[in-house]
Ligand binder design. Structure first.
Ligand SMILES: Cc1cc2nc3c(=O)[nH]c(=O)nc-3n(C[C@H](O)[C@H](O)[C@H](O)COP(=O)(O)O)c2cc1C
Length: 307
């Protein structure tokens, strides 16, 4: 059985979601914060809240940072270390053009000189444990080749690979052959990430790659929050259990966000995103009803009708 890590998903897996998921469901070895970045020389207050240890008590969480330069990298590492964290995940995979075009996320993969400077700093910080989450490249699916050579020579806990390029975003074919080449070339423990939504797929990955260190799942867990728990329990839950789990988790989120988000319109907007990837589980009609609910009251009625 492989450890399952919950992928960071900006706008979804914030501190509230991670805490409630961990308390109610579990099955996850490690959660990651959505990427923390520098904006106007500072960390945004929303991100500060998310990584604040007070808001992550009892949850196994690693903060993730995104950066385009040694300066940003050092600033973020020092801020995160000051909060008491000793493990940091490095985002070298984000495809959002606003980040990647500025050389952050997958945009850093083509900048071997900057990665080279960053690995030199990592080597000077043995008190910290770094991990990397990356793609095959930004535009070119072979960019990972020189990067992995540099990373092989750097102390890292593990590397998670999402085998797409940045320009592919989250759609398009996963490049399984490239993943297999990466798996052979990488000297660090490797985690696979991408399009895992069923227990069968988790087992197939386990069998296909005997040296795999673990699996990272994102949208599959948003749709089916019990996926990792089912894998650990070795029991496939029924449709009724999936719906009940989604509703219970949602009720707790509604309660918590109700105390944070001001006004029905904002609360409706915040909660609605929770259902974005659930169509394969809840079905097309209920999904449309939630998405088109228009206001908090219709929305709550649509949730009430879920079976
Ligand atoms: C809405 C959204 C937000 C994301 N935010 C982050 C992020 O902050 N950091 C990161 O490393 N990846 C982020 N990702 C990528 C996911 O962590 C993951 O790599 C991707 O969704 C593929 O895995 P999956 O098919 O299991 O969802 C995001 C993806 C989506 C769809």
């Amino acid at each position: 059985m492989l450890p399952i890590h919950f992928a960071p998903l900006q706008g979804h897996t914030d501190d509230v979601y991670r805490r409630i998921h961990h308390q109610l469901i579990g099955g996850i070895e490690r959660y990651y914060t959505p990427f923390v970045r520098v904006e106007a020389g500072e960390i945004r207050s929303k991100d500060r809240r998310d990584i604040d240890p007070k808001n992550n008590t009892g949850v196994p969480v690693t903060p993730q940072i995104i950066f385009k330069s040694v300066k940003e990298f050092l600033f973020l590492v020092e801020e995160v270390e000051t909060l008491g964290y000793r493990a940091i995940d490095l985002n070298m995979g984000c495809p959002f053009p606003l980040q990647a075009r500025h050389g952050r996320g997958s945009g850093i993969l083509a900048q071997t000189d900057i990665v080279n400077d960053i690995v030199a700093i990592i080597k000077e910080r043995p008190q910290l444990t770094f991990s990397v989450k990356m793609r095959l490249g930004w535009q070119d699916a072979a960019e990972w080749v020189p990067i992995v050579e540099m990373l092989n020579d750097t102390p890292l806990a593990h590397i998670t690979l999402h085998p797409r390029t940045g320009t592919q975003g989250y759609k398009g074919a996963i490049d399984h052959d490239a993943f297999a080449r990466f798996y052979e070339a990488c000297c660090h423990p490797v985690f696979y990430n991408g399009d895992l939504t069923t227990l069968k797929q988790l087992h197939e990955m386990e069998e296909s790659y005997p040296r795999l260190a673990g699996l990272m799942v994102g949208r599959g867990l948003l749709a089916r929050p019990s996926l990792a728990k089912e894998y650990v329990e070795e029991r496939e839950w029924s449709h009724e259990e999936h719906i009940r789990t989604l509703r219970t988790l949602h009720a707790r989120l509604a309660e918590e966000y109700g105390g944070i988000v001001k006004g029905d319109t904002q609360l409706h907007g915040k909660l609605r995103t929770y259902w974005e990837y659930t169509e394969p589980i809840i079905g097309h009609k209920p999904y449309k009803k939630i998405m088109k609910s228009g206001n908090l009251r219709n929305y709550m009625n649509a949730i009430e009708e879920l079976r």
